[in-house]
Design a protein around this ligand. Structure first.
Ligand SMILES: *Cc1c(COP(=O)(O)O)cnc(C)c1O
Length: 380
């Protein structure tokens, strides 16, 4: 069974095998694994030792996004949050429910965040102390230019929080060059190709020190989690998802063997195979090639009377591939992940299975046979 949902992703057998034992989270061997995993995540982010730290939290990505907002934006504080899609909307809701004010910035459903619009919004409203961005917006498939937007925020004296959950480990990120970024949020189970249950925030140490006491939640207080890492031979603060972290240690070894750029190239090849493949099936991707990111492709539901997303998902699952059974975009689109431990040959088989699943639910299309032209890689 190949997971194309995307996230959690299909993992390597060696990653799964690491979970097949019990771990004692405060045992010295596990402390070492824990420390190595955090160090490795910090290196993926190109964080600077002493300036940045990678903090682990049990749970999903949303918990860590909330922790970052609570820790770095004071209660009642205001953050500019470009409305890039479903995941930006979630960030806005997390902030609002935590008593912070997320000020939306309109972004067209199939547009990149406009750096000039961000600069203008920040210039107009000096109470906006933070900019919150989704790097790869899973709701559309568009990747936004986080490095450029973070430089703009820096020039205007603002702090930045990045939801990089679906991007981390594939898209470029060099925290050593982005001093405005207080927090980058990620999980084990997307481009790092680990299993679900562990989230991380790579954060600036000076900001963690400066923002003690903001969070209003002991569980989600990154400054407190950071203070805990300073005790000698520090282990996890509360019970961590130890098997998931042990599996992530293996996944990170595989990540370093492959390299970020090769991983991005593999995902990009998966994306193109999928994009061309569904186009040849007569389906229409949600985004034009120039905006299509390498992480997730949304595809317009076929305009056919027998179309039913759940029936399609069920038919495809019988053929060995799992898709999400909900819509994330305003027009109905099904989404397909390009990330996980597989390559373009398997993606081609998945496309063939999609053609079969469409036939299974009574939809036949003429092949257009016209692969789309892709311009230069968007991000390298
Ligand atoms: C997957 C994802 C998250 C986190 O999802 P969880 O289900 O909470 O792990 C957050 N942001 C983006 C952009 C994502 O793709």
């Amino acid at each position: 069974m190949l997971l194309l949902i995307p996230g959690p992703v299909t993992t390597d057998a060696r990653v799964k095998a690491a979970m097949a034992q019990d771990y004692a989270p405060w045992d010295n061997d596990f402390r070492e694994t824990y420390r190595q995993v955090c160090d490795s995540v910090l290196r993926v982010a190109q964080g600077v030792a002493g300036e940045h730290t990678a903090l682990a939290l049990p749970g999903c990505g949303h918990f860590a996004v909330e922790a970052a907002i609570r820790t770095f934006v004071p209660p009642g504080g205001r953050l500019l949050a470009p409305s890039t899609g479903a995941y930006a909307a979630r960030l806005q809701k997390l902030a609002g429910d935590a008593g912070r004010v997320a000020v939306p910035l309109f972004v067209g459903a199939t547009e990149r965040v406009d750096p000039q619009a961000v600069a203008a919004a920040l210039e107009q409203d000096p109470t906006l102390t933070h900019l919150a961005l989704v790097y790869s917006e899973t709701g559309s498939g568009i990747c936004h230019d986080v490095p450029e937007l973070a430089r703009i925020a820096h020039a205007l004296g603002r702090r930045v929080i990045v939801d990089a959950v679906s991007a981390f480990g594939a898209l470029p990120l060099d925290l050593s060059t982005l001093p405005a970024v207080d927090a980058v949020v990620l999980t084990a189970n997307k481009c790092l190709e680990g299993l679900p249950g562990a989230a991380f925030v790579v954060a600036r140490v000076d900001s963690l020190e400066a923002n003690r006491g903001n969070a209003g939640s002991w569980s989600l207080d990154l400054s407190d989690i950071y203070q805990h890492t300073l005790v000698p031979n520090a282990g996890p603060r509360f019970t961590p998802p130890a098997p998931t972290l042990a599996a992530l240690a293996v996944a990170l070894d595989l990540f370093w063997q492959e390299g970020r750029q090769a991983r991005l190239a593999r995902y990009t090849a998966n994306m193109r195979t999928l994009y061309d493949g569904v186009s040849e099936l007569g389906l229409t991707p949600y985004l034009p090639p120039a905006l299509q990111g390498p992480i997730v492709v949304n595809v317009h539901a076929p305009d056919a009377p027998t179309w039913n997303l759940q029936l399609f998902v069920d038919a495809l699952k019988r053929r060995g591939y799992v898709l999400s059974n909900f819509y994330n975009t305003e027009p109905p689109t099904f989404r397909v992940g390009c990330i996980g431990a597989f390559g373009a040959e398997q993606m081609q088989l998945a496309v063939d299975a999609m053609g079969g699943a469409l036939r299974d639910i009574g939809i036949t299309r003429e092949r257009t046979g016209a692969p789309r032209f892709f311009p230069q890689p968007l991000i390298a």
